[in-house]
Design a binder for this molecule. Structure first.
Ligand code: NAD
Ligand SMILES: O=C(O)C(=O)C[C@@H](O)[C@H](O)[C@H](O)COP(=O)(O)O
Ligand code: ZN
Length: 352
């Protein structure tokens, strides 16, 4: 079993091992969590893994309830969030009870936000079931729901008590969701390690799940330790996300988050090369890696639509938008771009 300790306002472990779902209950008991657990999940994940998760919890002596909602990003909204809170009230959950987020990033972000705010905060465990949520979203405590105006517009930082990562759950993951997870993995390589990108080029992620998850979580651990509340270097984890979130929104969420991030990374890297901030060989290397994992690198959405959607970016003030800009593979920087130059940057990135 690999254990990665996260040092943040709440300290916790990310534990990674195939088969670990069966130990959910004993691990929750070891943490001294309360007697009742609410499993929050989506319909598709719960049909596959709900019974196993609940058995693990009841075998360890917990009373278990569950709240399910339809799968998909469209459900990561205030309405579902309110339903979770009302469910917890109806079942008389108390501050000594805890939530279990069983699912991908949509479930994790939404259940985390519910845990942060129900009675001003109850503990929660992340049980990520997608590649994307294992390598990125279950760690670091960013919780959120989307508003009509954009992604993750309401949320807070609230760390889980445990992240239980069982890579054997990925056996049922649809191919497209696997690829979307690979986009965030390529993001980590672009940010921090050319060696890691070479590994991804040479050996498919699906042949080395545990190692890839451990590497990405280790990288995120270092970022969160230095800047939990996103005041500085954590912004780098938003590589590809200004345009990525915008294209996701423009598509009405028919594009997956990872697909948006892939497009966003390609566009910002193209722009950075055009502006002379990035070595030219970085772009074909990134594009080849994205294409190797079947990810998109372009979008037809017009520049004006992307610009409007990007106004919801949390790295934006009235005066500047901070773009995360690759300088070369393994090195990126935060580049404040004045508001009147943002359109020019996106044109340089290939948007029309
Ligand atoms: N909080 C963070 O730091 C952070 C980081 C990255 C992304 N995110 C957010 O995460 C979300 C995307 O997460 P995601 O890609 O996991 O999407 P998701 O949660 O929508 O899951 C993708 C789909 O796969 C299904 N699924 C999940 N696990 C499965 C399994 N093991 N087998 C079969 N099907 C399974 C789900 O039902 C869903 O339909 C976005 O909302 C994004 O904004 C948050
Ligand atoms: O953990 C972080 O910090 C990230 O930015 C990780 C991103 O992959 C993730 O998509 C995050 O939810 C984006 O956050 P936001 O602040 O741009 O909403
Ligand atoms: Zn992301």
């Amino acid at each position: 079993m690999t254990t990665i300790h996260i040092a943040a306002s709440r300290e916790y472990d990310v534990v990674i091992e195939p088969g670990l779902l069966t130990r959910l209950g004993t691990m929750a008991a070891e943490l001294g969590l309360g007697r009742r657990a609410a499993v929050i999940s989506d319909d598709a994940v719960f049909a596959l893994y709900g019974a196993a998760a609940e058995k693990a919890l009841t075998d360890a002596g917990f009373q278990v309830d569950h709240f399910l909602f339809p799968h998909g990003e469209q459900q990561k909204n205030l309405s579902t969030y309110g339903q979770v809170l009302n469910f917890l009230c109806d079942r008389r959950f108390t501050r000594s009870d805890f939530l279990v987020a069983l699912g991908g990033g949509v479930v994790g972000d939404l259940a985390g936000f519910a845990a942060a705010t129900y009675q001003r905060g109850v503990p929660y465990i992340q049980v990520p079931t997608t590649l994307l949520s294992m390598v990125d979203s279950s760690v670091g405590g960013k919780t959120a729901v989307d508003l009509e105006h954009g992604k993750n517009q309401a949320g807070c930082f609230y760390q889980p008590s445990l992240v239980l990562c069982d890579p054997s759950l990925l056996n049922t993951l649809p191919e497209r969701e696997y690829r979307a997870g690979c986009a965030e993995i390529i993001k980590y390589a672009m940010l921090y390690s050319e060696d890691f990108l070479r590994e991804l080029e040479e050996t498919p992620v699906l042949e080395q799940f545990e190692r890839v998850i451990s590497v990405c979580v280790g990288m995120k651990r270092d970022v969160v330790r230095g800047d939990e509340f996103d005041k500085g270097q954590r912004a780098l984890l938003n590589l590809g996300h200004t345009v990525g979130h915008a294209v996701e929104s423009c598509s009405g969420f028919t594009l997956l988050h990872g697909e948006g991030v892939a497009i966003g990374m390609a566009i910002i890297t193209r722009a950075a090369v055009e502006k002379g901030l990035c070595t030219p060989e970085t772009l074909p290397r990134l594009l080849a890696a994205l294409e190797r994992y079947g990810l998109p690198t372009e979008t037809d959405y017009p520049l004006t639509d992307i610009l409007a959607a990007a106004e919801a970016d949390k790295k934006r003030t009235d005066d500047v938008t901070k773009f995360i800009v690759p300088e070369r593979v393994g090195h990126c920087r935060v580049e404040p771009v004045p508001a009147d130059e943002v359109a020019g940057w996106l044109k340089a990135g290939g948007l029309r």
